[in-house]
Design a protein around this ligand. Structure first.
Ligand SMILES: Cc1cc2nc3c(=O)[nH]c(=O)nc-3n(C[C@H](O)[C@H](O)[C@H](O)COP(=O)(O)O)c2cc1C
Length: 162
């Protein structure tokens, strides 16, 4: 332990120093406008069955619609997609898909062009988790590319691997 630099910190501060990938979690009701938000609480949960989880804050405008969606997508952003991560983390929620390269996946949820990988999930379960809901999805389709990942640490976005 380094007595020079160690200090107490909030959970928020500790977690912000922990690097994560960055995703856009999105859904669409029928032929309506797609909606989604930037999410870094995404992780794999189970391989058999194939499950992933992510956490959505109660204060998020997308919360109710997202946890009610039968299907949702996870676009795992590529290193050059920092502007998309910013756009989907900034108000207003409406119009985030405007003039964006996206296409409906096999389950109807929007997949963002240029991402490093995509998952399409059916809703498996929603659990309570303090001021967030834990959304568990069953992976129905998955695609990966060779692109580098976008990484978030200490409030900054950067590309992993250059
Ligand atoms: C890198 C990054 C990661 C984020 N991860 C999450 C997350 O895991 N869950 C969440 O609810 N909000 C997360 N947010 C915040 C939401 O993206 C942000 O509050 C967004 O405006 C919510 O959109 P909405 O109000 O349209 O739902 C994250 C923001 C950033 C910049």
């Amino acid at each position: 332990m380094d007595q020079q630099t160690d200090r107490d910190a909030s959970l928020r501060e500790v977690m912000s120093s922990y690097p994560t990938g960055v995703t856009i979690v999105a859904a669409r009701e029928g032929e309506g406008e797609p909606f989604g938000l930037t999410v870094n609480s995404f992780t794999s949960l189970s391989l058999d069955p194939p499950l992933v989880l992510l956490c959505i804050g109660h204060s998020s405008a997308s919360h109710d619609r997202l946890i009610a969606s039968k299907a949702f997508s996870v676009s795992l952003l590529a290193g050059d997609q920092g502007a998309i991560a910013d756009r989907f983390a900034t108000d207003p929620s409406e119009g985030r898909f405007h003039e964006l390269d996206w296409a409906a996946g096999l389950l109807g949820a929007p997949l963002i062009g240029g991402a490093m990988a995509w998952l399409e999930c059916s809703r498996h379960e929603v659990l309570a988790g303090g001021d967030h809901s834990i959304l568990i999805g069953r992976v129905e389709h998955s695609v990966v590319t060779g692109r580098n990942a976008l990484v978030y640490q200490r409030g900054r976005l950067s590309s992993l691997g250059g």
